[in-house]
Design a protein. Sequence first.
Length: 145
Amino acid sequence: MIPNRRYRKISLCLWGDTKFRALSPAPPNAQTLWCYLLCGPETTAIPGVLRSGERGMAEALGWSLEGFRKAFQEVFAQDLAKADWTARVIWLQRAIIHNPPSSPNVVILWGRTWQDLPECTIKTQIYQYIKAFMEGFTKAFHEAF
């Protein structure tokens, strides 16, 4: 079998690794923030759904809150992410397209994560988006959803 060269697995442990943390940090910028949003420790089992506040992520990245907000504004302006900072929910709308569930069991795991998300407008939007996305899947996936 030929490995898929379009995708790579990145461990969430990367961000906590001593040697990685000893490297010179990137200044606040949208590209670094985007990578962090995709594979940072705040990600959940649901593709593209993160649980964190802006201060926590700024601190994790070693950035000022102002620098974080500027970088996030760039990501937001490109329609790559939405956030409810009060509820501490971030959503990368298209992440599920690149990380579809591999089995109904994965969808069941999403349900466990779902229960832990606070009620907010973005949670409703996520539900509607995932529901529409799941239309193309088999009955077993629908039942799991």
